[in-house]
Design a protein around this ligand. Structure first.
Ligand code: F0G
Length: 367
């Protein structure tokens, strides 16, 4: 398999240059010029990790890789979009950015805005953002406004604010976000040598599935791949407007990142499903958490609950996967983002309050 140019630069020993971030790595594919001030934290080039335990569970020679995008600088795929959105905002002379967020977008917006010397304003649903994400936005130095309403309400407000006041919207309605995020599809093709047969991905606002599809299509149009994947999008059962076809007024799920009832990119997501011959499905919180624990305990990969929806979704549609197919599951965010859910779901092996002596320890170990 030929090593693509972007990777060859990294692999050629001795490695004298760090990965420069995705704008400089994929510059010809992105709407930037020499005048664009690149605001980067070294995002992109995340690992594509084989998943042998999942492969064994699926059988029939199916190959599975995990795109571990939680290893981006702020711990989620949002960094891909934010390096673009913030660089372009800076190019346009913006002094502040604003977003609504279930958590990850706010962390990324805060980090990149501050890096670019801009202010960041973030609106989050009060009480429904995982602790790690809130901590990030605060420490990066954003103004965090927790509103008594869900993400959909917060998004409606920030859209209006951005229309009326001098502040740039950096939700996925900002076209530069999706431009940055499409590079994840490039990286997958660069490593596999072709597009996978299936791409499994969680959906909230449905920007990311739209961005991946754009990336796969552009690479194929330019001869970088032969095929295109079926785009398989998964939502939490309590927040599945793209599956049911109707807006969900009060979305509920343990996967707070995708607790969204009225996706901004609804029409585009439906188009992606149509064009790719893909499918959408709703996944119960129980199935999401089962996949979450499985990934951590059997594959050694700790993602956040929303991300595990891609794997739970794959397992729910396993019978439809052709024998020998190549499948990529996108793990959008890092497990450390949501320590609360982790502690509630991984405590079986926790033995607290032990006497500090050999006898006690040996007994608990079963020796
Ligand atoms: N996975 C994670 C970890 C997310 O944070 C999100 C979205 C998604 C999947 C869904 O991506 O919206 O492009 O379909 N999080 C947004 C946020 C809404 O505010 O951080 P999508």
């Amino acid at each position: 398999m030929p090593v693509p140019e972007t990777l060859r630069r990294l692999l050629k020993p001795p490695i004298t240059q760090a990965w420069p971030g995705l704008i400089d790595s994929y510059r010809p594919w992105l709407p930037v010029t020499d005048r664009t001030p690149v605001v980067s934290l070294g995002e992109g080039a995340t690992p594509l990790v084989p998943a042998p335990a999942l492969e064994q569970r699926l059988g029939r020679g199916i190959r599975v890789w995990l795109k571990v995008d939680g290893l981006n600088p702020t711990g989620s795929f949002k960094d891909r979009g934010m390096t673009m959105a913030v660089s372009k905002a800076k190019e346009d002379g913006a002094e502040a950015v604003i977003c609504a967020s279930t958590g990850n977008t706010s962390a990324a917006a805060a980090a990149y805005a501050r890096r670019g010397g801009m202010r960041a304003y973030v609106l989050i649903p009060d009480g429904y953002v995982a602790q790690g994400k809130l901590a990030q936005a605060l420490v990066y130095g954003a103004e965090v406004l927790a509103v008594k309403g869900n993400f959909d309400r917060a998004l409606a407000i920030v859209r209006e604010v951005a229309e009326r006041y001098p502040v740039t919207l950096v939700n996925s309605l900002n076209p530069y976000r999706l431009q940055g995020q499409k590079t994840a599809a490039f990286e997958i093709v660069d490593v596999l040598g072709d597009a996978p047969d299936w791409l499994c991905i969680p959906m909230g606002n449905a920007g990311n599935i739209t961005a991946y599809w754009m990336g796969f299509q552009e690479y194929r149009q330019n001869g970088r791949s032969r095929g295109l994947p079926r785009m398989m999008g998964f939502q939490a059962a309590g927040a599945a407007p793209l599956v049911s076809g109707t807006t969900v007024e009060d979305p509920e799920t343990v996967a707070t990142a995708i607790r969204i009832g009225n996706p901004a990119n609804r029409a585009r997501a439906l188009q992606v499903r149509e064009e790719s011959g893909g499918g959408f499905a709703a996944i119960s919180d129980e199935a999401i958490l089962e996949a979450y624990r499985f990934l951590a305990s059997q594959e050694g990969v700790f993602c956040e609950p929303a991300s595990a929806a891609s794997v739970a979704g794959l397992l729910s549609r396993a019978e439809e996967v052709p024998a020998g197919a190549r499948v990529v599951c996108v793990l959008t965010g890092n497990g450390l983002k949501d320590p609360g859910t982790a502690l509630e779901n991984g405590s079986a092996g926790f033995h607290a309050g032990l006497q500090p002596d050999l006898e006690t320890v040996a007994r608990v170990l079963g020796f």
